[in-house]
Design a protein around this ligand. Structure first.
Ligand code: MLT
Length: 327
């Protein structure tokens, strides 16, 4: 083979490689897209993921499936996604636990700030402090006083170290200056079932899961962690109103693995934006006591900015609280 021919073949090869990225992005998705949920089925992250997936599939033209990869406070699912093929067919829904994890776990198996590429913010809302009906407390004041006096006897359910429900319990423990007996679940879906069944004493869960159980009088709500009451729970005060400075706002976002082509990320962001405008999503969010972010924050950049700020914020506040990463 002449030198000229060899050069021509090499050049053709380079062009083919360069074209493969944009062509792949153009064709995306070529098969079902899977959203990894890092917590058990039936919990708030799972519910939000399924609602979104149903709508996003209409824009993407492919089914959007949900896979629950629960465990280790949501870090098992994050690890699975970080190792996935970066082609947009495997994405992750996660919340502030993804940002808090580096302050709590020594060996995550991924780099929180660089292995996840933001696709867009999904929803934001408060937590609700609630107990089983059998607890002898009727309002926030009596509950927080009872919790302080009987902390060693009370079981606090949560979805693993670093989950929202765990962090809410940590904040409450710090405010009251006590330590509860913690019971870790693979998500607040099963924890909520046990709260309704009376097997555990109390739980601080996202409004997404808590509201319907409170309205159905299956559990007793004491306080929401937002600065304003929720329209769907008008009789439940904010913790701040009752004199307990428990304030916490949760949020979900979608992520793709590092290396996912920009055009694929843009397509996923577009499908997410379209889903967030659907009455089917907005009505459900309203019923859950959760909301979409302002449209100005629907960009991938806004999500990235919030994510990095939350990693830094939770890193600093957990360190200040004397909490060290566990291996
Ligand atoms: C879940 O879906 O189980 C929750 O998002 C867990 C939590 O963070 O409390």
């Amino acid at each position: 083979m002449s030198l000229k021919t060899t050069r021509r073949i090499a050049l053709a090869g380079l062009i083919a490689v360069a074209m493969a990225g944009p062509a792949m992005a153009q064709a995306f998705p070529t098969k079902p897209v899977t959203i990894i949920v890092s917590f058990a089925a039936g919990g708030p992250s799972d519910v939000i993921a399924r609602l979104l997936g149903e709508q996003m599939s209409k824009t993407l033209g492919q089914p959007v499936l949900v896979e629950n990869v629960a465990g280790a406070g949501g870090t098992a699912g994050a690890k699975r996604m970080a190792a996935a093929e970066p082609d947009g067919h495997t994405i992750l829904i996660h919340h502030l636990a993804l940002a808090a994890a580096p302050a709590l776990y020594g060996n995550l198996g991924y780099d929180t700030k660089t292995d996840f590429v933001p696709i867009g913010l999904v929803n934001t809302g408060p937590m609700v402090v609630a107990s089983k009906l059998a607890l002898p407390t009727t309002d926030a004041k009596s509950f927080f006083a009872y919790a302080k006096a009987n902390a060693d006897k009370l079981s606090l359910a949560h979805a693993g170290v670093g989950s929202n429900s765990h962090l809410c319990g940590v904040l409450m423990s710090q405010i009251l200056g006590v330590k509860f007996t913690e019971v870790a679940y693979r998500g607040t879906g099963p924890a909520m079932n046990d709260l309704v069944g009376g097997q555990i004493d109390f739980l601080c869960d996202q409004s997404t899961s808590a509201v319907s159980q409170i309205q159905g009088e299956k559990i007793r709500a004491y306080a929401v962690t937002s600065t304003e009451r929720l329209d769907v729970l008008p009789n439940v005060p904010t913790a701040i109103e009752t004199g307990t400075k428990l304030e916490m706002t949760i949020w979900h976002g979608l992520y793709a693995p590092k290396g996912t082509p920009t055009a694929v990320l843009d397509k996923l962001n577009g499908a997410l934006r379209a889903a967030l405008k659907q009455p089917a999503v907005l009505d459900k969010f309203m019923a859950f006591g959760t909301t979409v972010f302002p449209e100005s924050e629907w960009t991938r950049e806004a999500h990235g900015k919030r994510f990095v700020a939350e990693v830094d914020k939770w890193g600093a506040s957990l360190k200040a609280a004397g909490i060290k990463p566990q291996s």
